[in-house]
Design a protein. Structure first.
Length: 205
């Protein structure tokens, strides 16, 4: 089951109404995004609210890589799939490969995909980035015959102004790798940028 445009846009509109009441979201862009072609968006991860906030910060419809545990219940699984959720099993390699085949098909179609490189919540700083998926994506660049851009995004939750909490979303510069051997260096560069954009320290370097 693939993403449903109507469900996605309806959910985003509801999220806008709810989040504009609870949050004052400020978006800062430091580079122009490619209008066509695939894009890997790599945001900071602190709360579940990062997901709707990222969907509001970008105009294109997005796909989100999420842990498979969220897809356990059938109704939730169906809804997340309609929103463009892609389950990732961090324990079973075979299921991870199945998810990557889906990712690769979407990249070939020029889709924008969100991957939280920390893999889980880090609220007091920026956690160590996981390079495995980035390595697999870089491996297939040659088949795609293009260099896939990777986009670090910082998210910083500030204090409350009245009943609304301020949130800054800072979109960084596009980064690239030449091949899978660049995965570790690219991951390090991404996490350094996320740290800078979020104005949060690196943890467990």
């Amino acid at each position: 089951m693939g993403r449903n445009r109507f469900i996605y846009l309806l959910t985003r509109k509801v999220a806008f109404l709810v989040f504009s009441t609870l949050y004052r979201i400020k978006i800062y862009e430091t580079s122009s995004l490619p209008e066509e072609g695939p894009l890997i968006i790599l945001p900071k991860h602190q709360y579940w609210t990062d997901i709707p906030i990222i969907s509001l910060a970008f105009k294109p419809l997005l796909y989100f890589v999420a842990k498979r545990e969220l897809f356990h219940y059938p109704i939730v699984r169906t809804y997340l799939s309609l929103l463009g959720g892609i389950p990732l099993d961090r324990q079973r390699t075979l299921r991870t490969l199945d998810s990557f085949r889906t990712l690769f098909t979407l990249l070939k179609s020029g889709e924008k995909i969100v991957i939280f490189p920390e893999g889980t919540y880090y609220r007091d700083g920026v956690g160590p980035g996981k390079s495995r998926l980035l390595q697999m994506i870089l491996r297939f660049q040659r088949e795609l015959k293009l260099r896939i851009p990777f986009l670090p995004v910082g998210i910083r939750y500030g204090g409350k102004m009245g009943w609304r909490r301020e949130v800054e979303v800072r979109i960084g510069h596009l980064l690239y790798g030449n091949g899978e051997s660049d995965a570790s260096a690219l991951t390090h560069q991404v996490m350094e940028e996320i740290s800078r954009l979020s104005r949060m320290p690196r943890l467990h370097r």
